[in-house]
Design a protein around this ligand. Structure first.
Ligand code: NAG
Ligand code: NAG
Ligand code: NAG
Length: 187
């Protein structure tokens, strides 16, 4: 009798382990996004001469730098505030569908790397609200995933991933990011 009980509990334990294995492999399977949008954002850094067109400005630099030229090496220590137009294609002159507003800072001396904290802000008849994004941008990688940490309005309480791809870079003055926003919580 005791042997049977032992056998049964051993079996149960085995089944439990199997099922926990199954659930851990299920965890690695990603859900499908409930909403997805691709936008481009255009950043023109103020360089002392382009006040009219600049959409971002260096607001802090290390003691060895200044606010019109990104610091050497690797822009390390520069903090840039931006209010950038968002477009649906890669043309700077397309009608913006919203703004990307926030800041980025360069956080590695030995490597190109940035950290972003910003919102995509929409205020049109079609879309209203914000998607809030934060995370590290390892610029050397082809694609980088940042976290969608929340949202408001049409993006109430959302969460997800924003995948950055560098679409263009012109000197140190202009860059364009393609952002593929995948939302996994939609209400
Ligand atoms: C601002 O942009 C316009 C249109 O793209 C361009 O013709 C002009 O040269 C730019 N001005 C500056 C100061 O960069
Ligand atoms: C800022 O630093 C750059 C690079 O060292 C230099 O060429 C430029 O003249 C400086 N600008 C100002 C306004 O000090
Ligand atoms: C959003 O758009 C409305 C209507 O055009 C306008 O009254 C309001 O000031 C805008 N809000 C922002 C934050 O731009």
């Amino acid at each position: 009798m005791a042997a049977t009980t032992e056998l049964i509990s051993a079996l149960l334990l085995f089944l439990l382990m199997c099922s926990s294995n199954i659930s851990s492999s299920e965890k690695t399977r990603r859900p499908e996004p409930c909403k997805r949008l691709v936008v481009y954002f255009h950043d023109i850094v103020y360089n002392g001469k382009n006040a009219q067109n600049a959409t971002s400005a260096i607001v802090a630099s290390p003691a060895w730098g200044n606010k019109t030229t990104l610091a050497t090496p690797n822009f390390f220590g520069d903090v840039v505030v931006f209010d950038n137009p968002l477009t649906l294609d890669n043309n700077l002159r397309s009608t913006p569908v919203g703004r990307a507003q926030g800041f980025y800072l360069y956080d590695r001396k030995d490597f190109f790397s940035a950290w972003f904290g910003f919102s995509f802000v929409f205020n049109s008849t079609r879309l209203k609200g914000a998607i809030n994004i934060a995370g590290a941008d390892d610029i050397a990688k082809t694609t980088r995933d940042l976290s969608v940490v929340g949202g408001t309005g049409d993006f109430f309480m959302t969460r997800g991933v924003a995948t950055f791809t560098t679409d263009a870079v012109e000197d140190d003055r202009y860059f364009r990011l393609r952002v593929d926003v995948k939302l996994y919580e939609c209400y």
